[in-house]
Every structure is written in C-alpha cells, then in structure tokens.
Design a protein around this ligand. Structure first.
Ligand SMILES: [Zn+2]
Length: 260
C-alpha cells in the first residue's frame, strides 16, 4: 500500500553502504522508519531530498506488520538551513528529535506532537532565544503527552495559584511545587511532611506563560533573566525526568552547547 504523508526526519542511520534508514515523525502515522534504498548512490533520486530536521513530503510503500517501510519518493518542504551552520541551534534540534523518539511509540499517530516538533524546530531554526525555546518545548511536550504540570491551581483544593510575570520588589513569595504529584500546592495545603520544591511566584508565572502561550513564537516573547531561566529550566528538567522518564543525557548535551 502506497502512503503519502508529511514528515520530519528525526534520525538517519546506515543500512548498507548505499542505503539508509530514515526515521520520521509523520503527521498521519506518528513515528515511522523507512528504508531509502540506494540513497547514497551518485545518481540516486534521493540525493539532497532529505536530511536531519527537514520537513518533507514522503511517498512510501507501507508494509503491514513490518517496522521498516520502503521510501519511494521524498521532496523537502522546509530544510531549516540554519541547522547546517549553527551548532547551538543544531544541538537544540537534536534534543527535540531525541525527546520525540524516546517518548512517542512507533506507528502511533500523534498530531499534537507532530505540530509541536515542527513549530519548535522552526523556532530553533530562527536562532533566537534558544534557551527559552528549549524549556518551552519541554513544557509543551509534557502537555501534549498528558503530563502537563498543574500550575494554575492547587492540586488539593483547586485554589488559584497566581504567578507573577516579573519579579516584584521586596522579598519574593514562594509556593510549594510537588514533583511527585505533578503541580502546585497552596500555602494551606502544603504540609511539611510532603516533599516539594519551593518555587518563587515569578518562576511560576514564567512557567504558566510558556505553557499557556498559543504558539512557540508567542512563548518566546516571555522576558526572563538568566537566573529566572535557570530556575525554570531546573524544575522543568526534574519534572521531565520524573514524568516522562527521559534520560538527562540529551538535554545536558544541548545545555552544554548553549553554555548552560
Ligand atoms: Zn490548596
């Protein structure tokens, strides 16, 4: 059966001297792997048609019951050229691809993650605010996979938690954030017995903004100081490990490239 789809190239691995296995996040079928037969031959029609993080239109022969389909045709829709020259942006893109590979099951459609991946790669390919881009992607991935941290209301009594959009003068206010339960606890419900992180309200406001923004582009509009970013990134990293069981290596590699 021949299938046509839009897909983002997540991983390219050798199959033989002249052929490659391309793993994609596709719009209709989620994560799929295709064999690009003879793609390394000098006259192959595949030459220049795909590379890491390209969005492509693909035509493939779907083989039911097999985990490797046969790529027939491929044409690039968006090459995101910046990733070939900007290693920081490339590092962030690699982390996004790795996170999608690890959290999405093969052959399982996930339109929300497909859209998120495309917009996160577009944002990273602009080369702006890569740090914000990274944490914003993580929060949205958690959301798309049903593990969104509950930030706006208390987990126990549903009282609203008011984050602040900027640091206030005077002593910062803090609320408890339970990694284990997956969200905020108001002052009345947070007990000493419960292990929780202490989050200042400007960080809560930042996380709320990133999570609630209607697009990656608008998420990048958040203003945050390096110290605020660091706190927000630290708690998001812990949350990811806990709820998606993502090993920290990919994230750490991206943060190293960003000098964080
Ligand atoms: Zn409460």
């Amino acid at each position: 059966m021949i299938e046509k789809d839009i897909a983002v190239a997540l991983r390219i691995a050798p199959f033989s001297e002249t052929s490659r296995v391309v793993t994609w996040m596709s719009r209709s079928r989620g994560r799929i792997a295709t064999l690009a037969k003879g793609s390394q031959r000098p006259k192959s029609a595949f030459l220049g048609q795909y590379d890491l993080f390209y969005s492509c239109e693909i035509l493939y022969h779907a083989r039911p019951g097999h985990d490797l389909h046969i790529l027939r045709e491929c044409s690039p829709l968006d090459q995101r050229a910046r990733f070939r020259s900007d290693w920081k942006a490339m590092g962030v893109a690699s982390y996004f691809a790795d996170a999608v590979l690890r959290t999405c099951l093969p052959e399982t459609p996930h339109a929300e993650v497909f859209d998120l991946l495309g917009s996160a790669l577009d944002a990273a390919a602009s080369g702006r605010k890569l740090e914000t881009c990274l944490v914003s992607f993580e929060l949205r991935l958690l959301q798309a996979l049903g593990h969104s941290p509950r930030l706006a209301t208390c987990l126990k009594c549903s009282k609203p938690i008011r984050g602040e959009t900027s640091a206030r003068p005077g002593a910062p206010r803090f609320s408890a954030f339970s990694l284990e339960r997956g969200g905020m606890l108001c002052d009345d419900c947070a007990t000493a017995a419960e292990s929780a992180e202490r989050l200042s309200h400007d960080i809560v406001g930042l996380l709320q903004f990133w999570l609630g923004a209607d697009s990656m582009e608008s998420a990048l509009l958040a203003r945050c100081s390096p110290a605020q970013w660091k706190s927000a990134a630290a708690v998001t990293g812990l949350f990811l490990q806990r709820h998606l069981e993502l090993p920290p290596a990919g994230r750490n590699a991206a943060l190293d490239l960003l000098g964080r």
